[in-house]
Design a protein around this ligand. Structure first.
Ligand code: SF4
Length: 249
């Protein structure tokens, strides 16, 4: 494997059905990288957790760009696995995508959304934060380490997403967010947009968890609602995986 090779699980076209700094529901080309440092119990891309030479490919940065170009779309979401594990070729890929104005129509560069679990911030990742063409979605996993450098580098153009599997996760998320807010406000920085991400592991018919959350939320003045114990409802928004509602990848 060469320095600028990427371990790739998939390149495909779909809509970006999750919240992100560019807007939810955009037509997007996805680059899914193989290899992750976590093993979340609800992982819906478990086959990307570990690089497997039978299922995945090792491609040069230029081959990846050629494949991305085939979809004629400057919206690109780089996900995994955990993409930042491959920071050297990833940074090179992003540099070319952001600088080469001939790659997409009308001479416009790519708009990139990088999804990360937020547990790592490898050396070189700060370079990715230097351009407005790259935005981050930190998909924070409750109970996992949140790398402190994300406090420094996330901006109001990025997104913090917190995966919720059950009611208990609300309270853990609320606690995490209170600490997070305190850090940002002490630093005089704006709050990063935050979304609760409701798991729909069983696909489009599995809306029960999300419906429960929404109805409980909408009735937060109900004295029986456990949500009234949350510190501040106004800081939350809700993330649906809308691609799953229409059976897209
Ligand atoms: S961080 Fe993402 S890809 Fe990795 S195990 Fe968790 S859900 Fe799966």
């Amino acid at each position: 494997m060469e320095k600028y090779d990427l371990r790739v699980a998939d390149i495909f076209s779909s809509i970006d059905g999750e919240v992100n700094g560019w807007g939810q529901g955009r037509f997007t080309t996805f680059l899914r990288l193989a290899g992750c440092n976590l093993k979340c119990k609800y992982c819906d891309t478990a086959d990307t957790q570990k690089y497997d030479s039978h299922k995945h490919e090792t491609l040069t940065v230029f081959t990846v760009i050629d494949r991305i170009k085939r979809y004629h779309c400057r919206n690109i979401t780089i996900t995994g696995g955990e993409p930042l594990l491959q920071i050297t070729p990833l940074a090179e890929l992003c540099k070319i995508l952001c600088e080469d104005k001939k790659l997409f129509s009308f001479g416009r560069p790519a708009r990139i959304n990088i999804e990360t679990n937020g547990t790592i911030f490898p050396s070189g990742a700060e370079r990715l934060t230097e351009t407005d063409l790259i935005r981050f979605t930190v998909d924070y996993k409750i109970g996992e380490n949140f790398h402190p450098l994300w406090y420094k580098y996330l901006t109001e153009k990025d997104f913090l997403k917190i995966v919720i599997c059950d009611k208990d996760d609300f309270f853990k998320a609320d606690k995490f967010l209170s600490m997070y807010e305190e850090t940002l406000y002490n630093d005089n920085r704006q709050m990063i947009p935050v979304a609760l991400s409701i798991r729909m592991n069983e696909g489009p018919n599995d809306l029960s968890g999300a419906v429960e959350v929404m109805t409980t939320w909408a009735r937060a003045d109900n004295p029986n609602s456990s949500l009234i114990f949350l510190s501040d409802l106004s800081k939350w928004s809700l993330n649906f995986q809308i691609h799953k509602l229409i059976n897209l990848k």
